[in-house]
Design a protein around this ligand. Sequence first.
Ligand SMILES: NC(=O)NCCC(=O)O
Length: 384
Amino acid sequence: MAGAEWTSLEESLEKHLPLLDLQEVKRVLYGKELRKLDLPREAFKAASREDFELQGYAFEAAEEQLRQPRIVHVGLVQNRIPLATDAPVTEQVSALHKRIKSIVEVAAMCGVNIICFQEAWTMPFAFCTREKLPWTEFAESAEDGPTTKFCQKLAKNYNMVVVSPILERDSEHGGILWNTAVVISNSGAVLGKTRKNHIPRVGDFNESTYYMEGNLGHPVFQTQFGRIAVNICYGRHHPLNWLMYSINGAEIIFNPSATIGALSESMWPIEARNAAIANHCFTCAINRVGTEHFTNEFTSGDGKKAHKDFGYFYGSSYVAAPDSSRTPGLSRTRDGLLVAKLDLNLCQQVNDVWNFKMTGRYDMYARELAEAAKPNYSPTIVKE
Ligand SMILES: NC(=O)NCCC(=O)O
C-alpha cells in the first residue's frame, strides 16, 4: 500500500499516458475538463512559503435569462498534524490553529466564501487507540469552545463561512462527546452544528468507544452564499444520508473525513462524486494527510501484530459537481488548499435534464422502508 512515496493518481496519469489517451481517460474519470482558476500570484507565493499545495478550478453553468449566476468559492483544507501525538494537548491544538490560520489567510486571498476543514481537525485521529486520556481532552464546546472562538474570528475577519469539524463535549447533556461540525456564519455568529450520523466499526476506526451516532438529523444551513450541509466521513458510504441532506435543500454537501489507503482509497473517488450526481448538488470530499504515530501499541482485533499507527491518510481531497465533472484531487502527500468556483445554478440545470428528484419514488421508498424497519418485517421475495 503506497504511502507518501506515491504523490497522486493525476501525476501518474500525466506522466505515463500519451496525450490522446490522457484526454479520454480524464473524460471518463473526471467528466468534462475544468478551467483552472487564475488565483493571485501572492496566494501561490504564500502557499509555497508555508509549504502547502494550492489548486483552483471553476465549474461553469449555462447562462440563464431569468437568474443571475450564483457564484460561490469553496475552500477545502487537508493537512498533517504538525506536532507529535505525545506533545502536550494545548500545544498540539495551538499548532493546528496556527497551521490552519496560515491556510485560511491564503483562502481569503483567493476569495473563498465557505471553507471546510478535515474531520476532527484539532487533534490526531486517535480513536484507533481506544484510550480515553489524553484524547478526550481535545473535546470542546461547539458553542463557545476555544476552537469555535478561533473560527469565529477567522469568519468575521475574512467574511467567510467556516465549517469546523471537532470532537464536541456536550455539557448540556452530561458532558458526553460527539463527532460534530460547527458551522460559523461569515458574520462570525455560530449558525449551528451537525453531528456524524454513522459511526464506523471497521478496522482501527474504533470511534464507537468515544461517541454515539448523531441525534440532530440532517440539518441544512442557509448561508449568504448558498445552502450547505455536512456529511461527516463514514456517512459518505450511506447513500440515504446524502439523500436526506439533499432533500432538505443542500446545494453543497461537505464530507470532512479521516480515512486510510488500505481501507478506502478505491472507494474515495467514487462515493462523493456519485452523491453529487445522484442528488443534483456539489460535494466536497476532504481527507487528512500522513501517518500519525501513537505512544502505545494497539491491535486491530484481527490476530495480526500490534502496531502504533493507523496507516496512511492519503489526502486526495476533491470537489464533485452534479453534472459528473470533478476537480483533480489534491496530492496524497502534502497539506493543501483546494479552491473551487461553483455556479449553484448548475444544480437546477442538471435536475431539469436528468430529473432524479422528479423520478425518485420517495413515497414508495418511504412506505417500504417504514415496513422494512419493523422488527417483524419479512422481505418480499418471490419464489417459484
Ligand atoms: N473517520 C471515519 O469515519 N473513518 C471511517 C473509514 C472510512 O469511512 O473510510
